[in-house]
Design a protein around this ligand. Sequence first.
Ligand SMILES: [Zn+2]
Ligand SMILES: [Zn+2]
Length: 336
Amino acid sequence: MRHDISFSHQLILQQAEKRLRITVDNEVAAKLSVNDQLFLHDQQDEYRVIKATVSAINILPEGSEIVLSNPDDNYYVDGHMHLEYGDLSVEYALKFIEEGIRKGLDEVDILDHTHRFQEFRDCYEHLRVFPQQDQWLNGPGKFRSSLAEYDRLIEEIRKMRLPIRVRFGLEVCYSEDTEEMLRGILAEKHYDFLTGAVHSIDHRLYDMSFSDELLWSQFDGNDIYCSYYHSVMACVKSGLFDRLAHPDTIKVANIYPSYDLSDTYQKLCQALKDNNVMAENNTGCHYRYGHPDIGLSDQLLAAFRQNNVRIITASDAHRPEHVGSYIKEATERGKL
Ligand SMILES: [Zn+2]
Ligand SMILES: [Zn+2]
């Protein structure tokens, strides 16, 4: 059986030891058995984890001593996958969860775009100024579910005893124009996490089949990058989000600015840290759009690491078989 518990930062730092002894409340110990898998999540950073096998439990009056063997600090998380092409049913969600187990992941995080949910319809009105985007927003998948349906799914999955941690959130399409509207809707919701994403620049989506016509052929690359990072900074500073989705996905069109992005990246690192927002290392750009980077660019990944920005790996899977795509590679890259 698997158990996830929050544990002391100091202990997590001593992870080099081959064999660990920890003390836990007898209440916690009562739930453990020898050979169970224990996941110790750092109290200061839940994605810094030691996983280990319970090899002995010694019940003592002042707290139980647990002996752990085979400690491993590789925590494989896929922090971003969509149920977008299916319904909000337990059966469909389990296909993603089972694929995560099959790929040897420790956690899968399910989210859907806010454009699935009717509650967010008004937040997309600003994109309808262009007929291509209006048509896209009138498509069959958009605004077809309610957050109440999503809440029911979450409740059902949480009742199940699964060998993998499953968390639920939303990928929120952020724009400065709709920030207050989003704040109002999100204030009443309590998901495990909220991921902020910038998908449009000056009301134009940048990663669609029509984006060439609406955006890339209309504006200078430098201006597009400036506007994109301006919105990304506002997204991080809004205080609405726990995570920033695919921070450098603007590279999807393979157009690059002629100016150096180092300054922009330094400011982004500072904003992420000041606002306690994790940055995704999202591999979707690689296998969904054919970009050579497996996740973040070397330059941005290095900036995040030098500045101790917390990073979460993510596949952006839209189909069950894509869960975990390049997650182990991205995890390794994040350590180099
Ligand atoms: Zn996205
Ligand atoms: Zn996504």
